[in-house]
Design a protein. Structure first.
Length: 175
């Protein structure tokens, strides 16, 4: 049974070794501001009218290309790399059992992130800055905290056993 996360990962081309490309810290750190950039692009309709579709399309294109835009990192010891590989475990939880504590925390943080979407979307519809800011803050806090939790999941899963969904790279393995 595929989870929503694993289906979304496949939609972004994240299968097999492609996860290593997304585990590049540049991929993670340039992905974090995407929600704020999308908000700005949508809000720009107030200033530039239908031309706002251009920045909206650019942000959406970057969101689609970002996960595979960078080479695999030289090391997986970065916080961002571990967060991505933890997300891989989270997406595979239907077939790779993960501890219950991680399931609960990740679910709660996903809900926190999702709770930001209604005020964010409605704020963009009516151009209410406070509503947009509140929604964006909730969404991003939930997501970034979830990424931190994914680091914890990755460390617990790889410490408990030698389980790796993608074989870890070493700088001298020629890949």
């Amino acid at each position: 049974m595929a989870t929503a996360v694993s289906r979304m990962a496949r939609a972004f081309g994240l299968e097999g070794a492609a996860w290593l490309r997304h585990a590049n810290p540049w991929s993670v750190y340039t992905r974090i501001p995407i929600p704020a950039a999308l908000v700005l692009a949508v809000w720009s309709r107030d200033w530039i009218g239908w031309w706002s579709l251009v920045p909206v399309a650019m942000v959406c294109a970057w969101a689609a290309l970002n996960p595979t835009a960078f080479p695999p990192p030289q090391s997986l010891d970065h916080w961002a790399s571990k967060a991505v590989l933890g997300e891989q475990f989270w997406g595979a939880r239907a077939t790779v059992p993960i501890p219950r504590s991680h399931r609960t925390a990740a679910t709660v943080l996903s809900v926190v992130s999702a709770l930001g979407l209604p005020p964010l979307v409605w704020g963009l519809v009516v151009l209410d800055g406070w509503m947009v800011a509140t929604g964006l803050v909730l969404q991003m806090i939930g997501k970034i905290w979830l990424l931190d939790r994914m680091v914890w999941l990755y460390e617990d899963m790889t410490r408990a056993s030698a389980v790796h969904l993608v074989a870890p790279r070493t700088p001298d393995d020629g890949r």
